[in-house]
Design a protein around this ligand. Sequence first.
Ligand SMILES: Nc1ncnc2c1ncn2[C@@H]1O[C@H](COP(=O)(O)OP(=O)(O)O)[C@@H](O)[C@H]1O
Length: 287
Amino acid sequence: MAAMNRLLKPSQFSSSSAIASLRRCLSSAAASETESRLKSRSCLPPSADPKGRNVQWVFLGCPGVGKGTYASRLSSLLSVPHIATGDLVRQVLSSHGPLSHQLAEIGNQGKLVSDEIIIRLLSKRLEAGEAKGESGFILDGFPRTIRQAEILDEVTYIDLVVNLKLPENVLLEKCLGRRICSECGKNFNVASINVKGENGNPDISMAPLLSPPQCASKLITRSDDTEIVVKERLRIYNEKSKPLEEFYRNQGKLLEFDLPGGIPESWPKLLEALNLDDREEKQSAAA
Ligand SMILES: Nc1ncnc2c1ncn2[C@@H]1O[C@H](COP(=O)(O)OP(=O)(O)O)[C@@H](O)[C@H]1O
């Protein structure tokens, strides 16, 4: 804890209390191992239970790449919460509380919410999870800027960062085809994607991910999944979030993963890349 206090420089951030609450939520598991593991920089290939605790992973990737889909599947497999900051923002929006108006305006322009607000939302979510006995996490959508990554490093230890990748024209089609069930919250996709690979890259095909009949009449489109806003989100991703790849590559934590297609092709390959293929087999056998 003392080591983390030394690392924190609240003056660099508009609200030191937002960082303090994030630190409170995340302090327990990893504080003591932060410095030694940062020095060793030898985190790949990943372990599903580093030092006997639950994983603390981050998913990076452009809008529409499928961070939510794969992070959510892995969270079930590893019994850790999948925490998507975009979902936290959407919960605020649907609450119609005092913050929702401000966030709606930012979201509809494809812009990022301030670090202070996003860290407060994340802290609140972690606190609620802790009260329910959750430990470990797969973060999706956080960090999204170098400053957020620095704050995260100041308060806890991240074991692994998975960077999901797809060509930009596929991402646009995927975002425009995305549909969400307004009742159960599950994501589907009506796009049927067939994109020729360029510069020696393989072709990419993805079948639509259709909803079951009980969701069909309740499908909605995210208000930020319009062509103009998706293009702006991609631009902002490249400007603000892409530098995170180098940040985590330098820490030896980045696992790059080019999605070969839809879920049926990509999921087994992702498990293989994460050394988790035998874990899924064991769970399926036990089920
Ligand atoms: N870490 C973050 N920092 C700032 N804003 C965020 C963050 N996470 C989510 N948001 C806000 O929530 C919106 C939706 O996030 P998300 O569902 O992760 O979108 P995407 O599909 O673009 O990855 C973002 O466009 C942004 O306005």
